[in-house]
Design a protein around this ligand. Structure first.
Ligand code: NAD
Length: 480
């Protein structure tokens, strides 16, 4: 794996020494990229920056490898093992890229400007800035869906950002320590040791699996007095968990959860969230309260405010509430020069990392062609000015025609994977014209190697593998 990783690293680094980067050039168009998630990072990785002045704006100055985030909540992986600074990619680009840790507040598709605000805690003099763009790659992702239930944000934990994983870990250890406190009443121990996960999508399922491992592998050793009081409940509104996976894998996951004593409440919808309990409605429309110590909310995503505002500015062309409508080339309808990728779009594809990263790579290729086109046009103008020979002119014209040809975006599904606990994973993989569904230890090995090879850098691969080894040898760290 290391040799493969090394080769990957060598090939993907475009080998421009940071000191040798071209400076920004006012004669080139400005390309603003909003975001540093799967879509934006894949775009930046694959982009040839020579023909553009690239500006990246994102509230976090790093890329987070989100599929491994559930592992951080219980300490299987260290937080820094799954992040990579955005500058790690941009500092090797041909032309200098400006990276700002800032939150984009507004996009004006008519004036073609973006306004963004300093995101750091220490605010400098320049708090908010508006810059013009020629091209905008809009990859801001989305935010957690709460269905307007106020208690979710107040008392629950999400599982989207690195800070969420940290919050979950702290709350989890708080619950356990408080449950183990001297003379804690029995009923209170039961509440504190009840971990409730809302949402049976891959996020909720993977978290429940990690929590189970933590209980079996570590809690029993370190907190024998309360460990066996720990209960995990997964609440899902639909008739089954993991609706995007095949029936066989859904059954496998549910039976595995049963074996691991994870309670799965299907056809049960959370209606309200209180400080110490959730209010649910079951299939018989009966309402009841379930006390909890830790609540993890994983019910999917919704558009960010900036996206809602942008959609409202183009009511005639942007008619989908769920996100930005793009054409086959990922160009936003009604907004000249704006391209949208990833979870902020409303397409036929599921909002997954795989889709976002393929869209990013596709768009980078398109911008590569735009850059080539600009170069060839300059070459053609020079040739014409020097009245060069027609054969040479013809060759450049041919090249220009070839570059101008674009093919629409095509998504190629590589399969779905999810970790379900106890060293088992599920894998739904396309195979020729059918599907191969696999669950268990072999799928777990596949899950591990697939994620290791998808991690963007040798540094991350080494850190993740070291963390796995550390947990095998010494167990997880239970300190807060
Ligand atoms: P999701 O949208 O896939 O699942 C959310 C679940 O919550 C749904 O099944 C929904 O029925 C349920 N739900 C909603 N409101 C509820 C309520 N009030 N009470 C009870 N249940 C409720 O969300 P996710 O798991 O965060 O995934 C988001 C996207 O990211 C998906 O497209 C998913 O495929 C992708 N993803 C994939 C992986 C993977 O492949 N391993 C991992 C994480 C996320």
């Amino acid at each position: 794996i290391l040799v493969g990783g090394g080769a990957f690293y060598y090939v993907t680094q475009q080998d421009v020494h940071p000191g040798d980067q071209l400076p920004s050039d006012p004669s080139k168009p400005t390309l603003v990229v909003l975001g540093s998630g799967w879509g934006a990072t894949s775009f930046l990785k694959n982009l040839d920056t020579e023909e553009f002045n690239v500006v990246v704006v994102s509230p976090r100055n790093y890329f987070l490898f989100s599929p491994l985030l559930p592992s951080v909540t219980v300490g299987t992986l260290e937080p820094r093992s799954i992040i990579q600074p955005t500058r790690f990619i941009t500092r090797h680009k041909k032309r200098k890229v400006s990276v700002y840790e800032a939150e984009a507040r507004e996009v004006d598709p008519i004036k073609k400007t973006v306004t963004f605000r300093d995101q750091t805690d220490i605010r400098g003099e320049a708090g908010s800035v508006t810059i013009p763009y020629d091209y905008l790659v809009y990859a801001v992702g989305c935010e957690n869906q709460t269905f307007g239930i106020e208690g979710v944000t107040k008392y629950g934990c999400f599982l989207k950002e690195l800070s969420d994983a940290d919050k979950i870990r702290t709350r989890l250890m708080d619950c356990i320590e408080t449950a183990a406190f001297k003379d804690q009443p029995d009923e209170e121990v039961d509440r504190l040791m009840h971990m409730v996960v809302v949402g049976g999508g891959p996020t909720g399922v993977e978290y429940a699996g990690e929590l189970h491992d933590f209980l079996i592998d570590d809690l029993r050793k370190w907190y024998p007095e309360v460990a066996d009081r720990l209960r995990i409940t997964l609440i899902e509104a639909l008739p089954n968990v993991l609706p995007a996976f095949s029936k066989q894998l859904i059954q496998y996951t549910e039976s595995q959860f049963k074996e691991n004593r994870i309670d799965v409440l299907t056809r049960t919808m959370v209606k309200d969230v209180k400080e110490r309990s959730v209010v649910v409605q079951d299939a018989n429309k009966e309402i009841r309260e379930i006390p909890y110590g830790l609540l993890v909310w994983a019910t999917g995503n919704t558009s960010r405010q900036i996206t809602k505002n942008l959609l409202a500015k183009l009511p005639e062309t942007q008619t989908q509430k769920r996100g930005i409508v793009v054409d086959d080339y990922l160009s936003m309808l009604g907004a000249e020069g704006v391209y949208a990728i990833g979870d902020c779009t409303a397409t036929q594809y599921a909002p997954t990392a795989q889709v976002a990263s393929q869209q990013g790579a596709f768009l980078a290729q398109m911008f590569g062609k735009l850059g080539q086109k600009a170069k060839l046009q300059r070459q053609l103008a020079d040739l014409r000015a020097s009245s060069s020979d027609p054969v040479e002119l013809e060759a450049v014209v041919k090249k220009l025609n070839r570059v101008a040809k674009l093919t629409p975006f095509h998504y190629s599904h590589q399969g779905s994977l999810a970790y379900i606990g106890s060293e088992k994973a599920i894998a739904d993989l396309p195979f020729f014209n059918g599907n191969v569904a696999s669950g268990g230890g072999a799928a777990m090995l596949f899950w591990r190697s697939a994620y290791i090879s998808t991690l963007y850098s040798v540094r991350n691969r080494t850190l993740v593998m070291t963390d796995w080894l550390k947990v095998k040898l010494f167990g997880r760290d239970v300190s807060r």
